[in-house]
Design a protein around this ligand. Sequence first.
Ligand SMILES: C[S@@+](CC[C@H](N)C(=O)[O-])C[C@H]1O[C@@H](n2cnc3c(N)ncnc32)[C@H](O)[C@@H]1O
Length: 322
Amino acid sequence: MVNEGSNRYIHEPVLLEEVVEYLKPSDGDGGGECVMIDATTGEGGHAEAFLSRFPEMYLYCVDVDPGQLDRARARLEPFAGRVEFFNLWFGSFFKECRSRAIRPPDRILFDLGLSLRHYEESGRGFSFRKDEPLDMRLDPSRPVSARDIVNTWPEPKLAGLLETCGEERYARRIAKAIAIARRDKPVETTGELEKIIWSAVPAEYRRRAIHPATRTFQALRIETNRELDQLKEGLEGGFAALKPRGRMGVISFHSLEDRIVKLFFGEKNKPCTCPPELPMCQCKGKKELELLVKKPLVPGRAETQRNPRARSAKLRVVEKCV
Ligand SMILES: C[S@@+](CC[C@H](N)C(=O)[O-])C[C@H]1O[C@@H](n2cnc3c(N)ncnc32)[C@H](O)[C@@H]1O
């Protein structure tokens, strides 16, 4: 059963002051309305900061998890009239922008991944520290859960997933252990899976600071929710929708996400896309965006001490060229 927990807000918005600083309405906007899309609204922490600090802001709030969006709706009630909610994958939201008459945004925020509530209270098996059904779906109506992947994928395909989406060095051993375990009975819970992984890896791997199940759980979550494809679709769609001089900020939490963001921005930041062997530029290309931070911003000590989950966060911000 899915236990969605209480209605208090437990997720602390990451890099909040940095996000506000880069995505606040600019002085040059002439005091007009500033439209923002919060593509990953969660419990609405970032959204609340923007709406409360900047009366000229109008927010479109997107989240694929209906429970999260309900909580954000309740939290953002005082700003009714300046905020709309969309229970969609952000990739789909950007595809449907035009047909839904969404105004072109001046600001877009992606705060990727999961909210603390997913780990602590969703009951959907995102954490190996709790024994819960192996589900991991952000959108509970999606047909495939982590349980299906673990119990039906052929062993080599499972190993490939742990290698590519978990960067797990013991991917093959873990996949083999899962394949053996499921011959007797399907793997149903996070506790069962954690034990299988624990026994599959060498003893020295168990003594490391990172729990040996971390990477396997990450890989399963990414696959269950098609997170990397979603991110590519979201960046493409969001950037296409953004107004000239509009800004986009992306907070990523692991290297696979950050690599996609960095490459996407890097490609659009190139003035010329001609092959290097051409003696002169023929594409007459011009940059599509400026990088507002050359190196990603990361949380300071005070933030990581207060909120250890912020440790791996990286914020990149760009501005679309005219
Ligand atoms: C890190 S939390 C956002 C926290 C939020 N900024 C706050 O301050 O409360 C990420 C949220 O994005 C949602 N999410 C993740 N991937 C998504 C996607 N592809 N499309 C829509 N929502 C997504 C999750 O359900 C989660 O609620």
